[in-house]
Structures are given as structure tokens and as C-alpha cells.
Design a protein around this ligand. Structure first.
Ligand code: BG6
Length: 484
């Protein structure tokens, strides 16, 4: 009973949200570099290039680029077995379509991974976490252009060859399925480097660029298997369980289709083919999405070794009377985005200050859903609570609410292993140190065990200090989850 002995306890971040050093070491601009700071309920803007007078929070972030030794030492002190981060594509290929990689960028990650190993920490690496080269977005419109598949494959091969033996766990695209929730400018840029224009058929483009990303993922999986057969390479899915609002069969059918539209990506990653229901959907809705026979063969070779997923919240969905074929995106988008939405409030759940429903049992549901559907090892690669933390006069931060959140989720996770027999490799919570929020660009939306002295206005000396949760998580790891 209990978690495996080599369970990968740790924390997860993404390069663009913490590194800073946006124009140092030969790094090129990424799409994150043209996203302004938003706020709680205020969307980030995408500017046309980098403009004077705008606030781009990812440019400095928390300057991990210069603090990584100190920060990884703190992760080591907590007993981390794993540290999930991403390789900024633009440190390796500054423009994405360069002939040769940038040695200074490669060397930076060499040293970072060596530092992890010094503390017995296994790097878990995402290749594309919302940080495509800006040049690829501008010149090719990101994954709308099939040439980006080759650029990604080349970048991946460079990483596998260079870090063979140092990195055992890889992931291709972070939260590749987020764009399905709302084919809007923010998600399409973050996940696929696609810049939408007025009058574009966003839904059709979202599906086509998704197919191209899935092909790029499949090619990277194949390359990883060839170059480093000892490594494991997974996908990364944003898992938000979708519950039927009631036992009305119409609600249940609506839920079925909501699942299809959100999780078809995982079917491709784990089964190596585009599911029939998706072809039917595109046909029915006159969406011109091309997958050639040759590409179908590429997908077959791209089956992942494990399923990595993030888990923050769940949704509930109710059938719409005017929606006979359960086309729930027509004219609307996901929760919070306005318009006609079939997503409804789940009255059984509370929410964070950012309105994200809190549902620990949903994590057990999610683990079971993946496990029975795909029969693959799983890794929880993100789970955490963004909150407003208060630093006291004496420097301490009592973040008991964060401890409660994580404790309840970890309990549900352990039940899924002990009671449901789920094969789980690890748990890397989001994010062990305060970083820039991906959706809102805020610093004050904090997730960390380690407080970083910097606020939304960019003020603060970037000093690090331990919150109450730091000591709690250390003990959780020490006891392999026996004592929460
Ligand atoms: C996930 C992303 O969606 O959620 C992370 O993979 C992100 O990049 C995390 O930071 C939390 O979201 P946010 O918007 O609170 O930073």
C-alpha cells in the first residue's frame, strides 16, 4: 500500500514564467515576451512587437536565470525528487528557424540540470510551454504552417542529443488542449504560436494548428525513442473533469461531447490516431481540417510513454435545448468568456479568489478517467492554488489555505493509487516558488512555498523567503505522503 518508493515528489514551473533574462545569453524573443500584464479578471494584451512604455512581466520574471542555484538549493532542502520546468525554445534556437543552435543557451540548461542532480532532483522537461519563438509566429503564423513541425522536431532532437542521460522525463506540448476550450487569440498564441486576425475562422484554424502540433509531438516522441531509449516522453493535458449537471441523459450526452472536444488530443497522443468522432464533428460543421494518409502514419509512431496532466478545477455542463448535436461552442465559449455557454456553476464547490472551482475529489476522478481510458502510467505535473499571500512584519507568510488545498488534493491522489490501483509516477505541484501567472501576468497571484519579494507593479528586491507551506511540504516528502 502507499506510493511507490521512487515517487517523484516535486514542483513545476515554466521557463518564461520564472527565468527572466529575456534578451540575455543569445536568447530570442518568444511569444511570452509580447504579452502585457493583465490582472484578476483583466486579460493580458498581445502587442505587435515589444512597445515602449508597456509592462511585459515575463522579461524579468523572478530572474531565475541568475538565481537558479539558490532556488534549486531550496528545492533540495524540501527534499524534491523532481523539478519540472521547460526549455525556452528561444534560448536554443532564438528565431526558431535558425540553422545552428545557440551554445550559450544549451550550456545554461546543462548547468541547471547538473545543479538539480547535485541535490538528487530529476529534471522533468517540457519542450513547448507557451513560449514559441516570436519569429515563428510572425513569419509562419506558428503551427498553421507545416514547416513549424520540422522546426520543432529539430529543436527536440537537439535537446534529446544534448541532454541524453541528464533528462529522463520529457513532455512535448504543455496543455495542448487548452485552446479547444476557447479558440481565442490568447490560447491560440500560447499553444500554437498562431496570431489571429479579424475575420479568421478561429475554430477551423485551431483544429488545423492542433493537428500540426500533434504531428510535431509525434515526431518528437519518435526522435526521443531513437536517441535515448532510456528516457520516457509524455504528453501534457489540461485536465478539468467535466461533470453532467444532472442525470438527465441529455446532460450526460452533452458531457460526453464536452469531453470529446476537450480530450481528443489525449486520444491522439495515447492511441496514435485521430478519433472518428472528431472527423465527424469537422464534417458536420464544415470545418476544413486536413490530415493526410501519410500524416496518419506519423501519428501512429508518436504514442507517448506516459500521460502528464495538470489539475486545478472541474467544470459542469448542462444540455442546451437549441443545441441538438451538442455543438456547445457555437456562438459561445467556455466559462467566464461570456456569450452562450453550456458550462454551469457547480453549486457543490467553492472557488479560489480567481474564481477557479476547488474540487479535490475531481483529481481522483481524473486519475481514474485517464487510467481506465488509456492504461498508461500517469504523472500529475501541475496542481496548486493561486492566492493573495500576506507577508507579516517578521517576514513570515501563513499560507494555511494553500496547505489545506494541497493536502486535500494529495489525499485524493493517494486514494486513487491505494483504492483504485492507478499507476502514478509522481506529483509536481504548481509552482514551488512565486512566479508570473500565465493567464493574467500577475506576480500577486502566488502559488509558491517560497515567497518572492516582487509585486504586480514590478516593485521588490526579488529576495526569496520560506512560507509556512515550505515546511509542511518538506514533511510530506519525507514521509512519502504518509503524514499530511
Ligand atoms: C497552467 C499552465 O494552465 O496553469 C501554467 O500550464 C500556469 O503555465 C498554471 O501558470 C496556473 O495558471 P495561472 O494563470 O494562475 O498562472
Amino acid at each position: 500500500m502507499g506510493l511507490r518508493k521512487d515517487f517523484l515528489w516535486g514542483g513545476a514551473v515554466a521557463a518564461h514564467q520564472l527565468e527572466g533574462g529575456w534578451d540575455q545569453g543569445g536568447k530570442g524573443w518568444s511569444i511570452a515576451d509580447v504579452m502585457t500584464a493583465g490582472g484578476n479578471g483583466i486579460p493580458r494584451r498581445i502587442t505587435d512587437g515589444i512597445l515602449e512604455g508597456e509592462n511585459y512581466p515575463n522579461h524579468e520574471a523572478i530572474d531565475f536565470y541568475h538565481h537558479y542555484k539558490e532556488d534549486i538549493a531550496l528545492f533540495g532542502e524540501m527534499g524534491f525528487k523532481a523539478f519540472r520546468t521547460s526549455i525556452a525554445w528561444t534560448r536554443i534556437y532564438p528565431n526558431g528557424d535558425d540553422e545552428e543552435p545557440n551554445e550559450e543557451g544549451l550550456a545554461f540548461y546543462d548547468d541547471m540540470f547538473d545543479t538539480c542532480h547535485k541535490y538528487g532532483i530529476e529534471p522533468v522537461i517540457t519542450l513547448q510551454h507557451f513560449e514559441m519563438p516570436y519569429n515563428l509566429a510572425k513569419k509562419y503564423n506558428g503551427f498553421m504552417d507545416k514547416r513549424c513541425i520540422d522546426f520543432f522536431e529539430k529543436f527536440s532532437r537537439t535537446c534529446f542529443e544534448r541532454y541524453k542521460g541528464k533528462v529522463k522525463y520529457w513532455m512535448t506540448f504543455n496543455e495542448i488542449n487548452n485552446q479547444s476550450a476557447a479558440p481565442n487569440a490568447h490560447h491560440m498564441l500560447q499553444e500554437g504560436g498562431v496570431l489571429l486576425k479579424e475575420g479568421d475562422n478561429a475554430e477551423e484554424m485551431m483544429y488545423q494548428s492542433s493537428i500540426n502540433e500533434l504531428l510535431a509531438s509525434a515526431k518528437a516522441v519518435k526522435a526521443c525513442h531513437e536517441i535515448d531509449p532510456d528516457a520516457m516522453i509524455g504528453c501534457m493535458i489540461a485536465m478539468c473533469p467535466i461533470y453532467a449537471h444532472s442525470c438527465n441523459p441529455k446532460d450526460v450526452m452533452e458531457k460526453t461531447w464536452a469531453d470529446y472536444k476537450r480530450y481528443w488530443y489525449c486520444d491522439v497522443h495515447a492511441k496514435g490516431k485521430v478519433p472518428n468522432y472528431m472527423f465527424k464533428y469537422w464534417e458536420r460543421n464544415n470545418l476544413n481540417v486536413v490530415v493526410t494518409d501519410e500524416e496518419k502514419e506519423i501519428l501512429k509512431d508518436g504514442i507517448v510513454d506516459y500521460i502528464g496532466f495538470s489539475y486545478y478545477m472541474s467544470f459542469a455542463v448542462a444540455a442546451r435545448e437549441d443545441n441538438p448535436d451538442f455543438n456547445f461552442y457555437e456562438g459561445g465559449a467556455l466559462v467566464g468568456a461570456g456569450g452562450k455557454s453550456d458550462f454551469v456553476k457547480n453549486e457543490y464547490l467553492g472557488a479560489t479568489d480567481w474564481g477557479w472551482p476547488i474540487d479535490p475529489l475531481g483529481l481522483r476522478y481524473a486519475l481514474n478517467w485517464f487510467s481506465t481510458r488509456y492504461d498508461q502510467p500517469l504523472m500529475i505535473v501541475e496542481n496548486g492554488m493561486g492566492a493573495y499571500d500576506k507577508k507579516e512584519e517578521d517576514g513570515s507568510v501563513d499560507d494555511s489555505y494553500r496547505i489545506d488545498y494541497l493536502r486535500n488534493h494529495i489525499r485524493a491522489m493517494i486514494d486513487a493509487v491505494n483504492k483504485d490501483g492507478v499507476d502514478l509516477l509522481g506529483y509536481t505541484m504548481w509552482a514551488p516558488i512565486d512566479i508570473v501567472s500565465a493567464s493574467s501576468g500577475e506576480m500577486d497571484k502566488r502559488y509558491g512555498f517560497i515567497y518572492v519579494n516582487k509585486n504586480n507593479a514590478g516593485e521588490g528586491d526579488l529576495s526569496r523567503s520560506k512560507k509556512k507551506s515550505f515546511y509542511w511540504y518538506k514533511h510530506v516528502i519525507e514521509t512519502n505522503g504518509e503524514e499530511l
